[in-house]
Every structure is written in structure tokens, then in C-alpha cells.
Design a protein around this ligand. Structure first.
Ligand code: TYM
Length: 331
């Protein structure tokens, strides 16, 4: 154990505007660990460049993602908030773990298959070895718990396999991490195609609600959300559009599915979609306000990321010296 508390690590890519999927599936849950765990929350810019980025946008989004962490309730004094590329040990351990990750394992990653289908002109080696860098992020801090959405489960399992493989060869080196997947919100779906995940890289702007969308935009998007022809608010696998809206409504209001079904009994989808939009916009409003306040003080964000990187590097160094010694690198 690196600290006297159990360790939590998670990361978000600064590769697009963050969505309510990122918020409900991951970031909103991060602060529940701040008191009882040692927490590391990272803006994973090294991962973001596996897809071509406009440099100025990547830089801006890196600040924005950090500000969003804070706006979503992560106090920089209680959580280590930092940028991945500021701690070079991520890349170093990433390379080392590449040598303990099998080609076949990486070939089976569904995210690689999806992303390479979408970026056929740029299927680079980084996209392929992305999961071993993610394993490095996690294992570097001897992480016990990783809060993520369900789409990261396969990557997490790979991180566990790599940790166990390394431990088997060299003796106990890495903590084998567990995922923390919040079942209520583990997969928020697209509003336009409710059988696909809501994704920040979706080109259909109506399919995706961004954390920073204006209230008008949020209401408009929910108004257009795809439902079905039954005109009945009921949670069911064969009603993916309505069920997704119910999941979002539940997350923002704390109501149960039964309560929601009762609330909209006999009412049309118009009322329901309006209520979901209102609840979502109201839930996001404080985040948006706090985000605007934080973004106005870039110097403060830089102080936070610098302090976070120093703290993270301190912990990373401990793991790296153990790894280097075990592998046989000269000190
Ligand atoms: P990323 O940037 O795609 O997403 C950040 C987090 O948001 C979750 N998420 C969702 N949850 C529910 N519904 C959705 N529609 C939805 N979309 C995204 C993701 O599961 C994730 O938790 N590989 C990671 C970043 C990463 C990482 C790590 C995470 C790099 N290193 C180490 C944990 C630990 C990713 O691309 O997340």
C-alpha cells in the first residue's frame, strides 16, 4: 500500500466536450471517495492524442476538464487532480507494460475495434496499445478502486490481468485493482439512437447532452429525444429510448422508476421529456456556474495542476523504483 488509505484512481480524456454520460457514469461519483480514500483524478491527455487533436483545442480542453472536475465537487485539497503528461512515469510504465501485454489481448478490445473503424485513416500504434497505458495509469498508484462507466470494463480487466501477470513473474509488485461501476448510470445512451452509448465524439449534436449546454439546448435536445409509439412511461428493455430518459431523470431527481411511472401515468411523452430536460438542466446549472468561475482564473487552475502533478509524481516514483529494480534496470 502506498498510502495509509485505500487508493482510488480514474481518468477522463480531454478529447471533446464532456457529456452527461461522463458526468453521471463517472465524474459525479468521484467525490464520494474524497473523504475515505486517497484519490487521484487525472486528465488523460496522452490517451487523447490516439485520435488526431487540434493542439489549441486539446490545451483548452485540458484546462476545461480540470475545471469540470472541480466544478463537479472535487476539492483540490482533498483530491489529487493532475494532468497525465505532467507525470512522465505514466508513459514510462506504459511502455514497460506494453512488454507484458499480448498482441492477442489488445486485438480483442472492442473499443479498439470501434475506434479503428471510425478512424480508418489513422489506426496508429497508440490506439492499439491504449489499454496498457491505461493499466499503467492505474497500477502506478497501487490503485484499489477505479470508478468508471461500463464501457471501460474490458480495459479494467486487462489492467488486472497485466498486474497479475507481472506479479507472477516478479513477486508482489502491483495492487490488483477493482472496478467501481455505478449500475444506476453505467451506460447513458444516445438521445437519437438509444441503443448506442452517448459519446462525446458523436457528430449528431442532438444525440448528446453536454455538461456545459445551456438550459435552452438541454430542453431542445430532450424534446427531440427518440422514444417509441407506445406513449407509456415504463422501464423496459424493449423501450430503450424511454428507459434511458427514465435513467437520466432518476439520476437527477433521486426518484425511483416506480415513482416516475406513477408521476407520468396517463400523460404523454411531451410532458415527460420536458420534465427530464428541466431536471437535467437544473442539476447541471450549479456545475456550469462554478465552471465559469473557475475558468476565469487560469492561474489558479495551473497552481492546482502543478501541485497535483507534484503529489502524483511522488507516489509514482515509489512504484517506479520498485518496478525498475524488479525488472533488472540499473539504478
Ligand atoms: P472517457 O474519457 O471516454 O470517459 C470518461 C468516463 O466517462 C464514462 N462514460 C460513460 N459512462 C456512462 N455512460 C456513458 N455514455 C459514458 N461515456 C463515458 C467512461 O466509462 C469513463 O469512466 N479510457 C478512459 C480514460 C482513462 C481511464 C484511465 C479511466 C484513461 N486511463 C484509468 C480510468 C482509469 C476513457 O476513455 O474515458
Amino acid at each position: 500500500m502506498l498510502a495509509d488509505k485505500k487508493i482510488v484512481f480514474s481518468g477522463v480524456q480531454p478529447s471533446g466536450n464532456l457529456t452527461i454520460g461522463n458526468y453521471l457514469g463517472a465524474i459525479k461519483n468521484f467525490s464520494r471517495f474524497s473523504e475515505d480514500f486517497k484519490t487521484f483524478y487525472c486528465v488523460v491527455d496522452l490517451h487523447a492524442i490516439t485520435v488526431r487533436q487540434v493542439p489549441a483545442e486539446l490545451r483548452r480542453r485540458t484546462y476545461e476538464t480540470l475545471a469540470l472536475y472541480m466544478a463537479c465537487g472535487l476539492d483540490e485539497k482533498k483530491n489529487t487532480l493532475f494532468v497525465q503528461s505532467h507525470v512522465p512515469a505514466h508513459a514510462e510504465l506504459g511502455w514497460i507494460l506494453d512488454c507484458y501485454t499480448m498482441f492477442g489481448e489488445l486485438s480483442r478490445m472492442t473499443q479498439f475495434k470501434d475506434k479503428s473503424a471510425k478512424n480508418a485513416q489513422n489506426i496508429n500504434a497508440g490506439l492499439f496499445t491504449y489499454p496498457s497505458l491505461m493499466a499503467a495509469d492505474i497500477l502506478l498508484y497501487q490503485t484499489d478502486l477505479v470508478p468508471v462507466g461500463i464501457d471501460q470494463k474490458q480495459h479494467l480487466e486487462l489492467a488486472r490481468d497485466v498486474a497479475m501477470r507481472f506479479n507472477q513473474v516478479y513477486g508482489d509488485t502491483f495492487t490488483v485493482p477493482e472496478g467501481y461501476i455505478s449500475t444506476d448510470t453505467m451506460k447513458i445512451m444516445s438521445l437519437a439512437e438509444p441503443l448506442s452509448k452517448m459519446s462525446k465524439s458523436d457528430s449528431n449534436q442532438n444525440a448528446v447532452v453536454y455538461i456545459l449546454d445551456s438550459k435552452d439546448d438541454v430542453l431542445r435536445k430532450f424534446k427531440k429525444a427518440v422514444t417509441d409509439s407506445e406513449a407509456c412511461v415504463r422501464y423496459s428493455e424493449d423501450k430503450p429510448g424511454v428507459s434511458n430518459l427514465m435513467t437520466i431523470y432518476r439520476a437527477f431527481t433521486g426518484k425511483t422508476f416506480e415513482e416516475i411511472e406513477r408521476e407520468f401515468d396517463g400523460k404523454g411523452y411531451g410532458d415527460f421529456k420536458m420534465a427530464v430536460g428541466e431536471a437535467c438542466a437544473d442539476g447541471l446549472a450549479p456545475v456550469r456556474d462554478e465552471f465559469a468561475r473557475l475558468m476565469a482564473d487560469k492561474a489558479h487552475l495551473e497552481t492546482v495542476m502543478k501541485a497535483g502533478a507534484d503529489e502524483a509524481a511522488y507516489y509514482a516514483r515509489k512504484t517506479m523504483s520498485k518496478v525498475r529494480r524488479k525488472i533488472g534496470f540499473v539504478n
